[in-house]
Ligand binder design. Structure first.
Ligand SMILES: Cc1cc2nc3c(=O)[nH]c(=O)nc-3n(C[C@H](O)[C@H](O)[C@H](O)COP(=O)(O)OP(=O)(O)OC[C@H]3O[C@@H](n4cnc5c(N)ncnc54)[C@H](O)[C@@H]3O)c2cc1C
Ligand code: SF4
Length: 327
């Protein structure tokens, strides 16, 4: 790890000012940044600790929706009674993320901005070619072992998956990322790799996530997050789905449905084709399974990760049908 200057920010203004320096990086819970510094991927000259900033760890829920401060801990949000009641998918996505120790340290803002777990990205000594880390250097994953890589939203420059769970649930329910002076719908906050995989978010130097807001909706209130992974805990998703469902008063016709995918795409992936196919139809297994195949429309595999094209629609269908059973 290279030497760096450490500075604790006293105010949001100060943090924004310090963060605008090109070689500075923000530290919240540190569970991603310290890892990346140790493996030589992050090489900050100055680390700006925002962990002590006051007023950024609030969780408020009203009839209009929820606002979650960027420094709220994952475990606090997961366990918040009003989040559990009004946004079960948000709570479940956090409960299924990382470990209890990590969730107690890690923050909502840091969780959104975690980096890919692509093994080539995280090993710069053995694999110098990585367009995300060193733009223009190539991609060691393409032609390599791709079991954990993406099948949606990829480019010829990068096929790394976005690894987080929370952002998948946030994308399904139209959350907004608050950046102080401006707000962005979370879907446009995350960028697909294209020919600049190093540009992962629509954020300018010095911008800091202050909060995320999630509008209330009946679909968010009846929602779930289903994560399929190689082992039951402490593991990133092979495929996951955040799903929300609102039925007509007849109890069987779908009025509103939200579907987003994790583990299979380069950014949190909203599956709008599934939503369009199912809205207005009667909720029954064959229709749901057929529509769920649209979740992987346009998917491109790289051999080892072909299984995700089969797996993801099954995860989506299972999540939707499990919500239907609760109706
Ligand atoms: C072993 C292991 C397993 C894990 N498993 C999962 C999993 O299954 N699912 C999952 O979702 N995550 C998983 N994680 C990732 C973990 O959830 C993240 O490390 C954590 O959420 C990051 O939060 P943090 O506060 O520690 O961020 P930090 O490490 O402090 O920061 C992460 C990044 O975000 C930036 N940043 C932080 N806060 C802000 C802000 N407010 N504004 C702007 N920039 C900011 C930092 O500069 C840094 O670049 C795992 C991590 C580990 C180590
Ligand atoms: S997939 Fe992306 S992150 Fe992984 S080696 Fe290729 S360019 Fe780097």
């Amino acid at each position: 790890m290279r030497d760096f200057a450490y500075q604790g920010a006293e105010s949001l203004d100060e943090a924004q000012h310090l963060a605008a320096h090109p070689e500075a990086m923000l530290l919240a819970g540190g569970t991603t940044l310290v890892d990346l510094a140790k493996c030589g991927v992050a090489q900050p000259e100055r680390v700006v600790d925002i962990g002590g900033l006051k007023g950024l760890d609030h969780i408020t829920v009203s009839d209009a929706g929820a606002t979650i401060g960027a420094l709220a801990k994952m475990s606090h949000v997961a366990d918040h009674p009003a989040i559990k009641q009004n946004f079960p998918a948000i709570s479940e996505s956090l409960w299924q993320a990382a470990s209890a120790q990590l969730r107690n340290m890690a923050t909502i803002g840091g969780n959104l901005l975690q980096r890919t777990r692509c093994a080539y990205f995280r090993d710069p000594i053995t694999f110098p070619s990585c367009n995300k880390r060193a733009p223009g250097s190539g991609c060691a994953a393409i032609g390599g072992v791709t079991r954990n890589h993406a099948v949606l939203g990829t480019s010829t420059a990068c096929i790394a998956t976005y690894p987080g769970d929370l952002a998948i649930a946030l994308v399904a329910f139209d959350a907004v990322v608050e950046l102080g002076a401006r707000s962005l719908p979370i879907e446009s906050f995350f960028l697909a790799p294209g020919d600049r995989p190093d540009c992962e978010h629509d954020m300018a130097p010095g911008e800091i996530i202050t909060a995320v807001t999630i509008p209330a909706s009946p679909a968010a209130r009846r929602s779930t997050y289903l994560k399929v992974r190689d082992r039951q805990s402490y593991e990133f998703a092979a495929a996951s789905a955040a799903v929300g469902l609102e039925l007509e008063p007849d109890g069987k016709t779908i009025r509103d449905i939200r579907v987003a995918l994790g583990g299979v795409a380069t950014k949190p992936w909203r599956a709008r084709a599934v939503e369009t196919a199912l809205r207005g139809t009667v909720l029954e297994p064959d229709t749901v399974r057929q529509a769920s195949r649209l979740a992987v429309e346009g998917a491109v595999d790289h051999g080892d990760n072909r299984y995700k094209i089969e797996l993801a629609p099954r995860v989506v269908a299972r999540a939707i049908l499990s919500l239907g059973e609760q109706a």
